[in-house]
Design a binder for this molecule. Structure first.
Ligand code: S3P
Length: 416
């Protein structure tokens, strides 16, 4: 059993969310190709449509007409499982007159929202969270610009403040403890907003955004990572991901794979709307463990589960330093990954905020593993099963539809 051939990962989830949601404060039309197909981005599209943007399918494309800031007041907005939907919406709605209630599923109701509410209140919005979580009520209105130092390196939090800043009086400055993915910033600039990079952050000025033309969303590196990482550890594998987003804030996992000794071939093919191209990984064996610094975590935050699986096959110790933010994802990913891979015979431990993996380990599969309803856990465990030469039942495996509904089909296409 090995993985060979090429596949095209689904459209990038982070960029797709932003395209859907930013239409609320933009005018004009845009044709979007290769939008992320999962349930998460559907939550953003439904929210945008429910609040006043026009979203229409034309073949496989979506035509989106911006609401130009004329946002309807409405019933509660269901953000489903999606942290990006709710946090970006909080920032967008903070600048609109009206009252909006944002809620989500059980997993979303466990995740922190106060970190987003705090700066929005400082800008002048009224935001109520239920014990720091959702449902969240936003009563928006006139905002003033803010100078804000983010307490955590979170692109969702940064984006919420920047999107509120677009609608504020005066400039808004966001200082980041560590850089994180910069899609919001790039799209603000692409749609004509005034934003500039600072030494350690960003400064946005109140601006009108205009959608126009055609955009193809590059493939999601976080989805591609599953098969690319697996190719690095399954003998005989040779996998090419086509049309993958190569934004440096998203491909930290490729840097880590290289540091472990994998041979990663990258061919950039375009830089519109962001750099993207082809990534090929051939199994060459002999990976060694490495240290992943806290500075790198935001550039690979969603890839830690699959990288941890990769590290179980490398010689020596791999440390993911200062990875505490993983506790706040769809599930506590530190415990989930250490617990489930541990049950398969891998040696992982959590030391404070660090995840430590000792390799190599031969994996075995118990009859059942638990994804805890977390899509990235489910896909990691499916590939862990493959490494163990087994097909364990994965509880709630269906949750892969959140980000990668075609995962099983792409896996079948690569298996040989
Ligand atoms: C995302 C940012 C990350 C990431 C999430 C998507 C985004 O979360 O884990 O899957 O699109 O901005 P944080 O910004 O909270 O770290």
């Amino acid at each position: 059993m090995r993985l060979t051939g090429s596949f095209t990962p689904p459209g990038d989830k982070s960029i797709s969310h932003r395209l859907a949601l930013m239409s609320l404060v933009a005018s004009g039309d845009v044709r979007l190709t290769h939008m992320a197909p999962g349930a998460d981005v559907n939550s953003s599209l439904a929210a945008a449509a429910g609040l006043g943007a026009e979203v229409r399918a034309e073949g496989v494309d979506l035509i989106v007409r911006g609401a130009g800031g004329r946002i309807d007041e409405g019933a509660a907005i269901d953000c489903g499982n999606s942290g990006t939907t709710i946090r970006l919406l909080m920032g967008l709605l903070a600048g609109r007159v009206g009252e909006y209630v944002l809620d989500g599923d059980e997993s979303l109701r466990r995740r922190p929202m106060e970190r987003v509410a705090t700066p929005l209140r400082l800008m002048g919005a009224e935001v109520d969270c239920l014990e720091g979580r959702c449902p969240v009520t936003v009563r928006g209105g006139a905002l003033k610009g803010l100078d804000y130092r983010l307490p955590v390196a979170s692109a969702q939090l940064k984006s919420a403040v920047l999107l509120a800043g677009l609608q504020a009086q005066g400039a808004t400055r966001v200082i980041e403890p560590r850089p994180s993915r910069d899609h919001t910033e790039r799209l603000i600039s692409l749609f004509g907003g005034r934003i500039e990079r600072l030494d350690q952050g960003w400064r946005v000025e109140p601006s009108e955004l205009t959608l126009s033309g055609d955009l193809r969303v590059p493939g999601d590196p976080s989805s591609a990572a599953f098969f690319l990482c697996a190719a690095a550890v399954i003998p005989g594998s040779d996998v090419t991901a086509e049309g993958v987003l190569l934004n440096p804030t998203r491909i930290g996992f490729l840097k880590v794979l290289e540091r472990m000794g994998a041979v990663v071939e990258i061919e950039e093919q375009s830089d519109r709307p962001e750099p993207w191209g082809r990534v090929r990984i051939r199994h060459t064996g002999g990976l060694t463990g490495c240290r992943v610094s806290g500075q790198e975590i935001p550039f690979l935050v969603d890839e830690v589960p699959i990288l941890a699986l990769t590290a179980t096959q490398a010689q020596g110790t791999t440390i993911f330093s200062e990875a505490g933010e993983l506790r706040l994802k769809e599930t506590d990913r530190l415990s989930a990954v250490a617990g489930q891979l541990g049950r398969m015979g891998a040696r992982l431990r959590i030391e404070g905020d660090d995840l430590v993996v000792e390799g190599p380990s031969a994996l075995g599969a118990p009859p059942e593993l638990d994804s805890f309803g977390d899509h990235r856990m489910a896909m990691t465990l499916r590939l862990a099963g493959l490494l163990a030469g087994a097909e364990p039942r994965i509880v709630d495996e269906d949750c892969v539809r959140i980000s990668y509904p075609g995962f099983a089909q792409d896996l079948d296409g690569l298996l040989s």
